[in-house]
Design a protein. Structure first.
Length: 77
């Protein structure tokens, strides 16, 4: 299935440009998508996902045509 994958410059995805369609496995969750694009586990721990501009859980199932935006959280003290 095709979804639009968006992310900022703090996230690196091999072989993909932000804001373009990606072929993802059918009925995958947000977590499955992060693994599919081979996002390192240390980055996965600091990512917030939004699907069609709505905040979602990692267990949320992604549907054909969804826009998935990945935002890296930044914390400080």
């Amino acid at each position: 299935m095709k979804v639009i994958l968006c992310y900022n410059k703090l996230i690196r995805v091999e072989n993909h440009t932000s804001d373009t369609p990606i072929e993802a496995p059918d009925n995958c969750t947000v977590r499955d998508l992060l693994n599919f694009i081979k996002l390192p586990s240390y980055l996965q721990k600091s990512i917030i996902a939004r699907v069609n501009n709505e905040p979602v859980w990692n267990s949320t199932i992604i549907r054909e045509g969804d826009t998935v935006k990945l935002v890296r959280t930044i914390t400080g003290g």
